[in-house]
Write a protein that binds this ligand. Structure first.
Ligand code: ATP
Ligand code: MG
Length: 129
């Protein structure tokens, strides 16, 4: 997942710090009795690379899912530059990120071409980032 700031939020958000804190938890709606994420605390800074390591089922994909707001966390908070991501317009929020999933679907073009398949993405954006 790559964060970049090319959206209406650019004025009050420069995508420098993505933080999960206060004991982030996730219970999937289909399995409310199961705690799929528990005790998650992460602080990520712009321009750095992070790896999530762990056994199958540890919750790596679930962390990426909540960071993209595919699911709402059931406890804790996730903030981008101090702003709760749930308070942001979800479309605008997702416009600030690029994501290649665990099992990606690739079109028959270059990797670069595939990365540019998103609303508002141009070669100019990627050349400058
Ligand atoms: N969509 C879903 N609905 C319900 N439970 C889910 C869903 N996705 C994942 N889980 C559960 O959440 C827990 C964490 O799974 P997750 O897929 O995040 O692990 P992972 O670390 O990415 O594993 P892997 O290395 O196999 O990809 C598991 O118990 C899994 O069964
Ligand atoms: Mg996974």
């Amino acid at each position: 997942m790559v964060l970049h700031c090319r959206s209406k939020f650019a004025d009050d958000c420069d995508c420098t710090k993505l933080t999960c804190r206060h004991n982030v938890e996730l219970r999937y709606p289909s399995r409310p009795g199961v705690l799929s994420l528990a005790g998650v605390s992460i602080h990520m800074e712009r321009g750095k690379s992070y790896a999530f390591c762990g056994t199958s089922g540890a919750g790596k994909s679930s962390i990426l899912a909540v960071l993209q707001r595919f699911y709402n966390i059931t406890s804790g908070s996730i903030t981008l530059d101090g702003k709760d991501i749930r308070a942001m317009d979800v479309k605008e929020y997702r416009n600030m990120m690029g994501y290649v999933s665990q099992e990606p679907v690739l079109f028959e073009e270059t990797i670069r071409w595939n990365l540019l398949v998103c609303p508002g993405c141009t070669h100019e954006v990627f050349d400058s980032d």
